[in-house]
Write a protein that binds this ligand. Structure first.
Ligand SMILES: [Fe+2]
Length: 207
């Protein structure tokens, strides 16, 4: 009997892996409406220097609008850019824990409710809406901390790859935490934009 239990534990562990579905759930229609509300006020910032990628920050350092500009909307990551396989770091280190203020312009949207609920369960860093254009990919990279995803617009050709595992995260109001501390990538193989709400999570251990 104890052997069965331990086998199940191993199986569960394997299923959980680097993509962990959370017990939280949000209203997909409200998420889509909130995205439309935000887009009426602010377009996606495409000047981040990464092709086919754009962001709208939902949080900032209190009273500091500069904290969400330029490469601070990206943050440090590590990548292996060429045939040498040598790892290099890109961008600047960010003190994620300071990004505690929800952007006032968006306080009337459902995202504020989502933010307040997430805060009850996780220690959050930056919270952003991230756009991935069709037929595009990120670099192969690792980040300083895990990330929480709430897919809002996606298609079957959107997958995230962590190490040697791939996962599609459906837009159904569900919440995922992904192990971005390992090397990973995300691609959009569809023909329309992918939009996720993505938050840095500072107190999540994958083990
Ligand atoms: Fe990443």
């Amino acid at each position: 009997m104890s052997n069965v239990t331990s086998l199940n534990e191993v199986k569960t562990q394997k299923v959980l892996g680097d993509f962990q579905k959370q017990k939280l759930n949000f209203d997909l229609n409200k998420l889509k409406n909130a995205l439309n509300e935000v887009l009426k006020i602010r377009g996606f910032d495409t000047s981040l220097g990464i092709p086919h990628f754009a962001a709208i920050p939902l949080t900032q350092i209190p009273g500091d609008p500069d904290s969400i500009k330029g490469n601070k909307a990206r943050g440090v990551y590590w990548t292996k850019p060429d045939s040498t396989g040598v790892e290099v770091s890109r961008d600047v280190k960010i003190d994620e824990s300071k990004y505690s203020e929800f952007i006032k312009d968006f306080e009337h949207t459902y995202f504020k409710e989502v933010f307040d609920e997430l805060k009850k369960h996780y220690k959050l860093g930056r919270v952003r809406l991230l756009l991935k254009e069709p037929r595009s990919t990120l670099s192969w990279h690792r980040d300083p901390e895990p990330r929480l995803h709430i897919p809002i617009i996606t298609n079957p050709g959107c997958l995230m790859v962590i190490d040697n595992s791939a996962q599609h995260m459906p837009a159904d109001g569900g919440v995922w935490v992904t192990n971005n501390v390992k090397y990973h990538n995300a691609f959009n193989g569809g023909e329309e934009n992918r939009v996720h709400l993505v938050a840095c999570v500072l107190d999540y251990n994958f083990n």
